[in-house]
Design a protein around this ligand. Structure first.
Ligand code: ADP
Ligand code: MG
Length: 707
């Protein structure tokens, strides 16, 4: 038998691009730069904008400043020299109603002469501008020859794609046209008929075709807003498959995963609550109720707790940790940094001591022998609560019976880590806490399978924080304000961008600021803390700050989370323009924790652009973490906001979290509804969906092995 491949082959969406008409090996390489490897990639590579050439204007009806298409004949063309160096290419065109001029500053003379000889019919598109008495002229318009029968682009709506060096828009359009023409027939429908019908969506193949080559009667406004039925369908589909995955997984884990059902509200918890020097807020009680209900069930809790800085998440977490211990299981509290681990440890230890419980801290600072002893104790089940960083779920750590993992201040802890836990066969309850209020659109995508609790009430007696901006020339004034607070017996933070950020030379490293303050204020106790300090030095400084022995703590952003010193009433943030809004909001949440008025003084340096100013102004206006986060997301985009890649968030190809928020909500509703109706996606009509789903889930599973 011969193994020669047949000369014909069924076209398939997985086909490489090299063999598409107009591509070839060289262009295939260029397309790769745009992440386009297969036909399917091309189909999903939608135009980001469209050019409306349906309006072909005559010379007489042209108006300055209006984007138009003009169809005419070249009557004169040539290079004109301006001065000694500069050359422009100018062209005069006419139609039945008059003349127009066009000019280019960058051009290839032979190409122009060749392609657009006198007498050639061409179409121009661009915005004409006035040219004195000579009428109107186009500067750098798009120009194309009108050949006998290639008028596809005249009078139509043209897609505009992202391109890369060496690949013109024109070539890209041709490639995409060829892809659509040849392959759209292979596109199979995956959405249920019922949904298409209900939402008025076109079929899948049709949607691709319409999105790439919109017919001339399509509303240009809808196209540019991604609101045509075709675009809406593709956007919906992307969210839908994702949400279906989440819904499926959620249903699945509910049924299959055996968790540990705890008894809640036992004597230990009652003792603990009695120890608290305050009454729980209404929100804390409500959220605790939700968590306790979860813990009582025989399937693992999977809950996200969002609460603005200072809303009292730690107490909520501790209650859950203690409940776990009371049920004879082990609990882990995981945080992003060692400093925060230490802070939590010290904080929680005061309660644990009084309750006669043993708490352990696991950090990289442990000596080998101590670490070994701790690992043994965890494995034997003698350690009931352990605080630490991500290292807690590393390979070397084996729990005897892990009942609960609380993850604090880490919105990056995604699906993947959770899977890693489950892979070890632990199936603990999981509570993720975050003070960065995750905008709903992101929460739905990242944590769509989780339940969400909201701590939407600050403990009483919190003082509002006044936030003010000081531009560089007034930074002295900020420090004077701070000095006055210190004189009144208060304490202060000075936050500087990270020391590691050495690439920007003008950054005032925390060290410099510290040295400067020490020189300026010899009578005051000023300490510097940063991530590179040894653990014991750092612990001592933090303890001294907490006790009041240190008045000013100069710090890198490591204090962003978790530190709690009610007597600290001022925070100066150096180079505020370098921080994200949510981060600034988090930082300033370190003050305003006691009975005194607090202030956050943002110092911004000259590089601040108009946008940057508006951003900073926004944070002085709002104390609502959610609004600030939404604002932040708008400015920075979701990838940056969350560190998308690490979080295991699938990359969206068509949809945009900000723009398409409504589609996301809709997709979520439809997806959960479908899973309710057909939990196993067993209906033959859902076969395509099931396949698409395994694609999405499969991607994530693959990523899992990286950990
Ligand atoms: P976050 O949500 O930012 O983690 P914390 O748990 O650190 O907030 O709590 C902030 C401060 O508020 C702590 O000093 C904590 O003891 C205090 N606190 C928590 N709950 C209450 C409450 N119900 N009433 C008064 N103070 C509270
Ligand atoms: Mg906290």
């Amino acid at each position: 038998m011969s193994d020669s491949t047949p000369t014909w082959k069924q076209p398939s969406l997985g086909d490489p691009l090299q063999y598409i008409k107009g591509v070839g090996p060289k262009r295939a390489q260029l397309l790769k730069k745009l992440d386009l490897n297969t036909v399917e990639d091309c189909l999903y590579f939608l135009p980001f904008r469209y050019e409306d050439r349906t309006e072909v204007k005559t010379a007489a009806s042209l108006m300055a400043g209006e984007w138009v298409t003009f169809l005419g004949q070249v009557v004169d063309a040539g290079v004109i020299r301006i001065g000694r160096r500069r050359k422009i290419f100018e062209m005069v065109l006419k139609d039945d109603t008059g003349m127009v001029r066009a000019k280019w500053f960058q051009f290839n003379e032979t190409y122009f002469a060749d392609k657009f000889p006198i007498g050639q019919q061409v179409i121009l598109s661009g915005k004409p501008s006035p040219r004195g008495r000579a009428g109107l002229e186009f500067v750098h318009p798009d120009i194309e020859r009108v050949e006998g029968e290639e008028p596809e682009e005249i009078g139509s709506i043209l897609p505009v794609y992202h391109i890369t060096e060496g690949l013109s828009l024109k070539a890209m359009r041709a490639i995409q046209r060829n892809v659509v023409e040849k392959y759209v027939g292979c596109v199979e429908e995956i959405l249920p008929e019922e949904i298409l019908h209900r939402q008025g969506f076109p079929g899948r193949a049709e949607a691709f075709r319409l999105a790439h080559t919109p017919p001339r009667d399509t509303s240009p406004r809808d196209l540019d807003r991604f609101k045509t039925p075709a675009q809406r369908r593709l956007i919906f589909e992307e969210f839908f498959v994702l949400q279906l995955g989440l819904a499926y997984r959620r249903m699945h884990s509910r049924e299959d995963t055996k968790g540990q059902a705890f008894k809640t509200r036992g004597p230990l918890i009652r003792d603990f609550v009695k120890l608290l020097p305050f009454e729980l807020t209404g929100a804390q009680k409500r959220v605790l109720g939700e968590i306790m209900d979860d813990l009582e069930k025989p399937r693992p809790m999977n809950r996200l707790l969002q609460g603005d800085v200072g809303s009292g998440k730690t107490i909520v977490a501790l209650t859950a940790l203690l409940t776990t211990v009371e049920n004879g299981a082990q609990a882990a509290l995981m945080v992003p940094t060692e400093i925060l681990a230490e802070q939590h440890f010290l904080n929680i230890q005061t309660y644990c001591r009084k309750l006669g419980l043993h708490l352990e801290l696991m950090t990289s600072a442990l000596t080998t022998s101590k670490k070994k002893a701790l690992l043994e104790s965890i494995e034997a089940g003698r350690t009931s609560i352990v605080v630490g960083t991500q290292a807690l779920i590393q390979k070397t750590v084996r729990f005897h019976r892990l009942g609960l993992v609380v993850i604090d201040e880490q919105h990056r802890f995604g699906v993947l880590e959770r899977e890693a836990l489950n892979k070890k066969g632990w199936h603990p309850h999981v509570l993720i806490m975050t003070a960065t209020p995750i905008p709903r659109s992101l929460a739905l995508t990242l944590y769509g399978e989780m339940d969400v609790s909201l701590l939407d009430e600050l403990p009483p007696g919190r003082q509002p924080i006044t936030t003010r901006i000081f531009y560089e020339n007034r930074h002295q004034a900020a420090y004077e304000l701070m000095g006055r607070e210190l004189d009144a017996g208060r304490q202060a933070y000075v936050v500087c961008p990270l020391i590691e950020e050495s690439e920007t030379s003008d950054l005032k490293a925390a060290q410099e600021v510290h040295e400067h303050l020490v020189r300026e204020w010899p009578g005051r106790t000023i300490a510097l803390v940063h991530g590179k300090l040894k653990q014991d030095e750092r612990q001592k400084i933090m303890a001294d700050f907490k006790s009041g022995a240190i008045q000013v703590l100069v710090a890198t952003t490591v204090i962003e989370v978790g530190i709690d010193v009610p007597n600290a009433t001022v925070m100066v943030i150096e180079h505020a323009e370098r921080f994200g809004l949510s981060q600034l909001h988090q930082l300033r949440g370190r003050v305003g924790r006691g009975a005194h008025n607090s202030q956050c003084l943002l110092i911004a340096y000259p590089a601040v652009s108009g946008d940057g100013k508006a951003r900073l102004e926004a944070i002085t206006q709002s104390s609502d973490g959610f609004r600030i986060a939404e604002e932040d997301l708008k400015i920075r985009g979701p990838g940056d906001f969350m560190g998308t890649r690490q979080s295991g968030m699938p990359l969206l190809r068509v949809a945009n979290l900000l723009r398409d928020f409504q589609a996301l909500e809709l997709a979520r509703k439809e997806a959960f509804r479908l899973i309710d109706l057909d939990p196993g996606l067993a209906d033959p009509a859902h076969r395509g969906l099931k396949r698409a789903l395994s694609g999405v889930l499969g991607e994530r599973m693959k990523l899992l092995d990286v950990i």
